[in-house]
Design a protein around this ligand. Sequence first.
Ligand SMILES: Cc1cc2nc3c(=O)[nH]c(=O)nc-3n(C[C@H](O)[C@H](O)[C@H](O)COP(=O)(O)OP(=O)(O)OC[C@H]3O[C@@H](n4cnc5c(N)ncnc54)[C@H](O)[C@@H]3O)c2cc1C
Length: 613
Amino acid sequence: MSKIKRRDFINGTLMVAGASMLPYGCSNPKILDTIDPLYYPPALTGLRGSHIGSNTHAHARSWEGKSDWGPTTDLKEEYDLIVVGGGLSGLSAAYFYRQKHGNDKKILILDNHDDFGGHAKRNEHHIDGVMRLGHGGSQTIQDPQIYEKPSQEMLANIGVDIEGFEEAYDMGFFNRHKLEPGTYFNKEAFGVDKLVKHPYCNYPNFMEGLPKASMSHEEAASQAPLSEIGREQLLRVLNGGVHLLDVPEEELEAYMDETPYYDYLKNTLGVNDPGVIRMARYSINDWGSGGTDMLNMTLARDGGALGFSPVGKSEMVLGSKYIHHFPDGNASMARLLVNNMVPGVSEAKNGAEIVLSKFKYEELDKSGKNVRVRLNSTVVNVQHGGDPKSSDEVFVTYINDDKSYKVKGNGVVMACYNMMIPHIVPSIPEEQAAALKLQVKVPLQYTTVGLKNWRALSETGVGFFMSPGNYHQSVLMDFPVSIGGYEFTNGPDDPCVLQMVSCPLGTEGAPLADQFREARHKMLVTQFKDIEEEVRGHLSGMLPDELFNFDRDVQSITANRWAHGYAHPGPGDSVKIGRKPFGRITIANSDSGGYPRADIAMAMAYRAVNELG
Ligand SMILES: Cc1cc2nc3c(=O)[nH]c(=O)nc-3n(C[C@H](O)[C@H](O)[C@H](O)COP(=O)(O)OP(=O)(O)OC[C@H]3O[C@@H](n4cnc5c(N)ncnc54)[C@H](O)[C@@H]3O)c2cc1C
């Protein structure tokens, strides 16, 4: 395919032209031993993440209170453990259960998506015969040293070589190719399309090896397409920082925790220009939950927001080098977990080999296997067979291909979005249900773009673009990691994957939960064709016409839409109250730890499994 043509996308999914060559695009594989060998979701492009249809039944349950799913087939399947949700937490729960009770235990993992991994999703782009990987969500093993011991042991057992990333991550890539951070000001928000080789903020610092901007602050401020006042303020911001605060050193930390970032921006740095405020609001993106208007100074500073000098030095707070990244992000961890538990899915023997290993989805749900992963299956009801205090059986009803099925477990770990649990487990105590409903999710979108070459980026000398006026507020070349025979792009003539990050925000200043709701709604009604147009306009405006032609240079787009993205804790003790065990039902997912990280997802799985006894 030389171009992305509108007609190739139906409901945001790339139509399969020749099933023998291209990935199978089935959204409803039949259950029980009958998944087509061509079923291969990672290579699907178009609207992915929470793909079309994935939330239909869950929304019918939670929004409309639907409980009549038609006749339910009792599959007469019995499991020691049923896990609801096949993300990193659910997969880890299955792993820990086996560690504790033995590999002969029967486990069923149910997930509503057509692929396992939850937010940890693999994106494959097949460009001119070359496969390039990207991550659809959960991207990096951040600070592996703080993973709890059982999780660290689990990672080692499944084949993750943490030290190996030191070699796999090409620290010299950006310097070698003379790629710096920059900012794209678009015409719609800033009156003119302009690229300046300066990030103005510290957000890009998480990209290890990306050099700091060579342009001076004075030059950067003068090149910004702002009013004269705006440029003056921007220069003040670039030269400013916490040293301007009249606060004793020993009180600084507490002061920053208590002071809203916007107060600092407005009162200390004297910013009121709408252009600079806009740059500030979008200067932290996915490192925060929501826009900077809702953050305190500490969180804003730690995420790399505008106004903490010196720009370019790492004022972002990272505990360790941000290099522990598989080419498909944390999807490799999900694959390794499945590989460890389900024989026959892959021949990989370690984390390096998993990257290029052929993954056989048809092996995921075979009768006779001790662990089965059942996709496209939305759990709509979980209830004990009798009194939760004494019952040792739990019935789980799920919908697959619009039909209702029932299975039985001796215990259930709910590793799904926690706010959904009261709808699925209607008998859960009232106080707990109320606490669970307070756990919210931050919407986020990672769009990966398969580029045939990156000459345009090379010529502009920018590898990481802040884009405060756009739907995607940053665009970056992916992490330069080569591992297990997989090679990161070699040079500008080679295909590569661009990562575009979109943090849809709600109305500035509104309470966070309202902002998330508003942004989630916007996200859910945005069609793939609109996203494609955004990407087209963004890249075409940002890159020089003589070097970039969207129809010629873009092979594929995968928009990983996470309407239910980061975990965001509810107030007070609600996280702890919400995750209490209820009879033979226990609660995991990163939501139950109140923090959007893989280590938390795993730690919560460990706890939930141990609570089952
Ligand atoms: C864009 C993005 C980037 C991220 N980057 C990082 C990162 O770099 N490092 C990091 O540590 N963390 C990152 N995170 C946080 C991420 O949430 C965790 O790393 C981890 O993937 C969470 O795993 P989980 O299993 O708790 O939840 P999820 O991944 O959300 O998995 C839960 C699964 O349960 C399914 N489910 C829900 N309801 C039902 C139902 N009724 N029936 C069946 N299945 C159901 C969901 O669809 C989902 O597949 C990122 C998150 C996002 C969204």
